[in-house]
Design a protein around this ligand. Structure first.
Ligand SMILES: NC(=O)c1ccc[n+]([C@@H]2O[C@H](COP(=O)([O-])OP(=O)(O)OC[C@H]3O[C@@H](n4cnc5c(N)ncnc54)[C@H](OP(=O)(O)O)[C@@H]3O)[C@@H](O)[C@H]2O)c1
Length: 275
């Protein structure tokens, strides 16, 4: 488990669902069987944290989580809603839609991003109100800067955000400069999305060479590397049961200190380089 004082303890790896059940605002039912099988396998293997959105497959990803998690009580679901309106009634309506599609109360809700022209405190206010009405346990902030997180922590009235969800991978380490240290200081969970750089790290020969020492794949080495960082939880997407099985075996073992540092050094440039 990974613990952060504000969020509590959560599984060390979360499953993502972007591309499952369709694309942004576009439903696709054609691969439902495979998607449900993959998610179900992940839940069976103890991956009990899942990230989704009302946008993914026009809500169909949420429906597939409902089917795959049938009979499973302990499951932490993070969902995100489109920030088209911060009007409390609209945020409530959208979150209610997600709750119905999921068939359970989300553990956490976020707005996908801070809409242009709004202050982070407007986002906090909208989410606080939805959570206060009992539609989710917590709220978090997605696609935010360190200064927005700091501001968010000063403008809360009833409850604080407990997590940040930003892009973070060995090839996109920008948040190590400020957002991750801030999350660690403030006891916030840091959910890193696209930790395989959308699949590219599966092909990384350096990670594969380290993995050979442990009989692990490049994917397993990358995910294990994040697990060692306090407060950080990678959110990784896989749409086949075999990929999910590989992901589940990323934890329960540890890279040596020496190998962890070698990987750190190999990808160090990505703290400063973005594309
Ligand atoms: N908050 C936000 O704005 C935001 C933005 C982006 C993403 N997210 C969340 O973060 C999640 C993860 O990010 P992501 O989907 O962008 O990228 P990712 O997790 O870095 O990469 C997903 C890709 O890796 C592949 N993969 C997974 N396991 C593999 C394995 N064992 N071997 C080889 N390839 C493997 C997947 O292939 P298959 O699909 O074929 O298994 C998929 O193509 C999303 O699904 C979503 O829930 C949030």
């Amino acid at each position: 488990m990974k613990c952060a004082s504000k969020a509590g303890c959560v599984p060390e790896i979360g499953l993502g669902t972007f591309g499952i059940g369709g694309d942004f605002w576009r439903r696709d039912n054609s691969r439902d069987f495979e998607a449900v099988k993959a998610l179900r396998r992940g839940f069976e293997l103890g991956l009990r944290l899942v990230d989704t959105s009302e946008l993914y497959g026009e809500g169909h990803a949420e429906e597939l989580i409902k089917i795959a998690s049938s009979g499973i009580e302990e499951l932490l679901v993070i969902t995100k809603i489109h920030p088209s309106s911060l009007e409390p009634g609209e945020v409530y309506k959208r979150l209610l839609g997600s709750t119905e599609r999921l068939g359970r109360r989300p553990w956490m809700v976020m707005l996908h991003w801070v809409p242009v022209g709004y202050h982070i405190c407007d986002v906090v206010k909208a989410l606080e109100s939805a959570v206060a009405k009992g539609l989710a346990d917590n709220f978090g902030l997605s696609n935010v800067t360190a200064s927005q997180v700091s501001a968010a922590l000063t403008c809360t009235k009833r409850m604080e955000p407990v997590a940040i969800e930003n892009k973070y991978s060995l090839r996109y380490r920008r948040d190590e400069l400020d957002v991750i240290p801030l999350a660690q200081r403030e006891g916030l969970l840091y959910l890193g999305y696209s930790p395989l750089e959308r699949g590219a790290l599966a092909l990384d020969s350096f990670l594969a060479s380290i993995g050979r020492k442990y009989n692990k794949s490049a994917v397993q080495v990358a995910l294990n590397w994040y697990v060692k960082i306090p407060n950080v939880v990678p959110i990784v997407k896989a749409s086949s049961a075999s990929h999910v099985e590989e992901i589940a075996q990323s934890i329960g073992w540890a890279l040596s200190e020496e190998d962890w540092k070698l990987i750190d050094k190999q990808f160090y440039i990505y703290r400063f380089q973005q594309y």
